[in-house]
Design a protein around this ligand. Structure first.
Ligand code: DGI
Ligand code: FE
Ligand code: FE
Ligand code: FE
Length: 187
Protein backbone atom coordinates (compact mmCIF):
# COMPACT_ATOMS: atom_id res chain seq x y z
CA UNK A 1 0.00 0.00 0.00
CA UNK A 2 1.23 3.47 -0.85
CA UNK A 3 2.05 5.82 1.99
CA UNK A 4 -0.53 8.41 0.96
CA UNK A 5 -3.30 5.81 0.85
CA UNK A 6 -2.32 4.38 4.26
CA UNK A 7 -2.25 7.84 5.85
CA UNK A 8 -5.63 8.63 4.34
CA UNK A 9 -7.06 5.47 5.92
CA UNK A 10 -5.63 6.08 9.38
CA UNK A 11 -6.24 9.83 9.74
CA UNK A 12 -10.01 9.68 10.46
CA UNK A 13 -9.30 7.36 13.42
CA UNK A 14 -6.90 9.74 15.14
CA UNK A 15 -6.83 13.16 16.75
CA UNK A 16 -4.60 15.80 15.18
CA UNK A 17 -2.02 15.26 17.94
CA UNK A 18 -2.03 11.49 17.47
CA UNK A 19 -1.79 11.89 13.68
CA UNK A 20 1.34 14.05 14.11
CA UNK A 21 2.75 11.40 16.45
CA UNK A 22 2.01 8.79 13.77
CA UNK A 23 3.91 10.81 11.15
CA UNK A 24 6.83 11.04 13.58
CA UNK A 25 6.76 7.28 14.20
CA UNK A 26 6.64 6.70 10.43
CA UNK A 27 9.72 8.82 9.69
CA UNK A 28 11.62 7.43 12.68
CA UNK A 29 10.72 3.81 11.87
CA UNK A 30 11.94 4.22 8.28
CA UNK A 31 15.23 5.74 9.48
CA UNK A 32 15.74 2.94 12.03
CA UNK A 33 14.83 0.31 9.43
CA UNK A 34 17.44 1.73 7.07
CA UNK A 35 20.09 1.81 9.80
CA UNK A 36 19.41 -1.73 11.07
CA UNK A 37 18.69 -3.49 7.78
CA UNK A 38 14.94 -3.93 8.17
CA UNK A 39 12.36 -3.82 5.35
CA UNK A 40 11.61 -0.09 5.12
CA UNK A 41 8.23 -0.52 3.44
CA UNK A 42 6.97 -2.86 6.18
CA UNK A 43 8.29 -0.50 8.85
CA UNK A 44 6.46 2.38 7.15
CA UNK A 45 3.10 0.59 6.99
CA UNK A 46 3.34 -0.84 10.52
CA UNK A 47 4.23 2.61 11.87
CA UNK A 48 1.36 4.33 10.04
CA UNK A 49 -1.18 1.89 11.49
CA UNK A 50 0.40 1.24 14.91
CA UNK A 51 -2.10 3.42 16.85
CA UNK A 52 -5.08 2.69 14.58
CA UNK A 53 -7.20 1.56 17.58
CA UNK A 54 -6.00 4.20 20.06
CA UNK A 55 -9.44 5.83 20.29
CA UNK A 56 -11.66 2.78 19.87
CA UNK A 57 -14.36 2.08 22.41
CA UNK A 58 -12.75 0.32 25.37
CA UNK A 59 -15.69 -2.03 25.96
CA UNK A 60 -15.63 -3.10 22.32
CA UNK A 61 -11.90 -3.82 22.63
CA UNK A 62 -12.32 -5.73 25.89
CA UNK A 63 -14.91 -7.96 24.22
CA UNK A 64 -12.60 -8.47 21.25
CA UNK A 65 -9.69 -9.46 23.49
CA UNK A 66 -11.90 -11.98 25.33
CA UNK A 67 -13.84 -13.46 22.46
CA UNK A 68 -11.67 -13.21 19.36
CA UNK A 69 -8.10 -12.75 20.54
CA UNK A 70 -8.43 -15.21 23.46
CA UNK A 71 -6.04 -13.26 25.59
CA UNK A 72 -8.01 -12.59 28.82
CA UNK A 73 -4.93 -11.89 30.96
CA UNK A 74 -4.46 -8.70 28.96
CA UNK A 75 -7.63 -7.29 30.53
CA UNK A 76 -6.17 -6.94 34.01
CA UNK A 77 -3.29 -4.54 33.41
CA UNK A 78 -4.96 -1.36 32.24
CA UNK A 79 -6.87 -0.22 29.19
CA UNK A 80 -3.79 1.33 27.55
CA UNK A 81 -2.65 -2.14 26.49
CA UNK A 82 -5.78 -2.92 24.46
CA UNK A 83 -5.14 -0.70 21.43
CA UNK A 84 -2.06 -2.60 20.25
CA UNK A 85 -3.42 -6.16 19.77
CA UNK A 86 -6.89 -4.84 18.86
CA UNK A 87 -5.29 -2.47 16.36
CA UNK A 88 -3.64 -5.40 14.61
CA UNK A 89 -7.01 -7.17 14.45
CA UNK A 90 -8.83 -4.15 13.00
CA UNK A 91 -6.06 -3.37 10.54
CA UNK A 92 -6.44 -6.88 9.18
CA UNK A 93 -10.24 -7.02 9.15
CA UNK A 94 -10.96 -3.41 8.12
CA UNK A 95 -7.95 -2.31 6.10
CA UNK A 96 -7.14 -5.74 4.67
CA UNK A 97 -3.48 -5.87 5.62
CA UNK A 98 -2.58 -9.56 5.96
CA UNK A 99 1.20 -9.46 6.33
CA UNK A 100 1.71 -11.20 9.70
CA UNK A 101 5.04 -9.47 10.34
CA UNK A 102 3.37 -6.07 10.02
CA UNK A 103 0.37 -7.17 12.12
CA UNK A 104 2.69 -8.46 14.88
CA UNK A 105 4.69 -5.23 14.90
CA UNK A 106 1.40 -3.42 15.55
CA UNK A 107 0.17 -5.97 18.12
CA UNK A 108 3.32 -5.80 20.25
CA UNK A 109 4.22 -2.11 19.92
CA UNK A 110 3.18 -1.25 23.48
CA UNK A 111 4.50 -4.18 25.54
CA UNK A 112 7.05 -5.80 23.29
CA UNK A 113 7.44 -9.57 23.63
CA UNK A 114 10.24 -12.07 24.05
CA UNK A 115 12.01 -12.94 20.79
CA UNK A 116 11.05 -9.73 19.00
CA UNK A 117 11.82 -9.53 15.30
CA UNK A 118 13.86 -6.59 14.07
CA UNK A 119 10.73 -5.11 12.47
CA UNK A 120 8.92 -5.30 15.83
CA UNK A 121 11.89 -3.68 17.55
CA UNK A 122 12.01 -0.83 15.04
CA UNK A 123 8.31 0.02 15.46
CA UNK A 124 8.48 -0.33 19.25
CA UNK A 125 11.48 1.99 19.48
CA UNK A 126 10.19 4.49 16.90
CA UNK A 127 7.01 4.84 18.97
CA UNK A 128 9.16 5.71 21.99
CA UNK A 129 11.66 8.14 20.41
CA UNK A 130 9.79 9.89 17.57
CA UNK A 131 10.59 13.64 17.59
CA UNK A 132 7.29 14.64 19.23
CA UNK A 133 8.01 12.63 22.40
CA UNK A 134 9.24 14.77 25.27
CA UNK A 135 9.30 12.66 28.41
CA UNK A 136 12.19 12.25 30.81
CA UNK A 137 14.97 10.03 29.54
CA UNK A 138 13.93 10.07 25.88
CA UNK A 139 17.07 11.90 24.69
CA UNK A 140 19.29 9.23 26.22
CA UNK A 141 17.32 6.53 24.36
CA UNK A 142 17.56 8.55 21.10
CA UNK A 143 21.33 8.68 21.53
CA UNK A 144 21.64 4.92 22.18
CA UNK A 145 19.34 4.21 19.21
CA UNK A 146 21.99 5.68 16.90
CA UNK A 147 24.28 2.72 17.57
CA UNK A 148 22.49 -0.11 19.41
CA UNK A 149 18.90 -1.17 18.74
CA UNK A 150 18.66 -3.71 21.59
CA UNK A 151 20.31 -1.47 24.17
CA UNK A 152 17.94 1.37 23.25
CA UNK A 153 14.96 -0.91 23.82
CA UNK A 154 16.34 -2.09 27.17
CA UNK A 155 16.64 1.55 28.23
CA UNK A 156 13.12 2.39 27.05
CA UNK A 157 11.77 -0.64 28.96
CA UNK A 158 13.62 0.42 32.09
CA UNK A 159 12.11 3.89 31.76
CA UNK A 160 8.58 2.60 31.16
CA UNK A 161 8.70 0.00 33.96
CA UNK A 162 10.15 2.55 36.40
CA UNK A 163 7.53 5.10 35.32
CA UNK A 164 4.74 2.60 35.99
CA UNK A 165 6.20 1.55 39.35
CA UNK A 166 6.54 5.15 40.53
CA UNK A 167 2.83 5.54 39.89
CA UNK A 168 2.05 2.24 41.62
CA UNK A 169 0.59 0.92 38.36
CA UNK A 170 0.39 -2.70 37.36
CA UNK A 171 3.12 -4.05 35.14
CA UNK A 172 2.01 -6.42 32.42
CA UNK A 173 4.01 -9.66 32.82
CA UNK A 174 4.88 -9.72 29.10
CA UNK A 175 6.55 -6.31 29.45
CA UNK A 176 8.81 -7.80 32.12
CA UNK A 177 9.32 -10.93 30.01
CA UNK A 178 10.45 -8.68 27.16
CA UNK A 179 12.93 -6.96 29.44
CA UNK A 180 14.25 -10.31 30.75
CA UNK A 181 14.62 -11.67 27.22
CA UNK A 182 16.73 -8.68 26.13
CA UNK A 183 18.91 -8.89 29.25
CA UNK A 184 19.50 -12.63 28.74
CA UNK A 185 20.58 -12.10 25.14
CA UNK A 186 22.69 -9.04 25.84
CA UNK A 187 26.06 -9.19 24.14
O1 DGI B 1 0.06 4.61 22.16
P1 DGI B 1 1.24 5.48 22.54
O2 DGI B 1 0.91 6.50 23.58
O3 DGI B 1 1.89 6.09 21.35
O4 DGI B 1 2.36 4.54 23.19
P2 DGI B 1 2.22 3.04 23.70
O5 DGI B 1 1.42 2.24 22.77
O6 DGI B 1 3.62 2.58 23.95
O7 DGI B 1 1.42 3.14 25.05
C1 DGI B 1 2.02 3.72 26.17
C2 DGI B 1 1.13 3.48 27.35
O8 DGI B 1 1.11 2.10 27.69
C3 DGI B 1 1.61 4.23 28.58
O9 DGI B 1 0.47 4.84 29.18
C4 DGI B 1 2.13 3.16 29.50
C5 DGI B 1 1.35 1.95 29.06
N1 DGI B 1 2.11 0.71 29.28
C6 DGI B 1 3.19 0.26 28.62
N2 DGI B 1 3.63 -0.90 29.15
C7 DGI B 1 2.77 -1.20 30.16
C8 DGI B 1 1.80 -0.17 30.23
N3 DGI B 1 0.80 -0.17 31.13
C9 DGI B 1 0.74 -1.19 32.01
N4 DGI B 1 -0.22 -1.19 32.90
N5 DGI B 1 1.65 -2.20 32.00
C10 DGI B 1 2.67 -2.26 31.11
O10 DGI B 1 3.46 -3.20 31.15
FE1 FE C 1 0.36 2.88 20.98
FE1 FE D 1 5.52 2.49 23.21
FE1 FE E 1 2.18 5.41 19.37
Amino acid sequence: MEREKALELVEPHLTEHRYKHTLGVMHTAIALAKKYGVDQKKAEIAAIFHDYAKFRDKNEMRDLVKEKLHWPSLLHYGDELLHAPCGAYYVKSEVGICDQEILDAIAYHTTGKPEMTDLEKVVFLADYIEPGRQFKGVDEVRKIAETDLDEAIIQSLENTITFLMKRRQLIFPDTLATYNDFILKRK
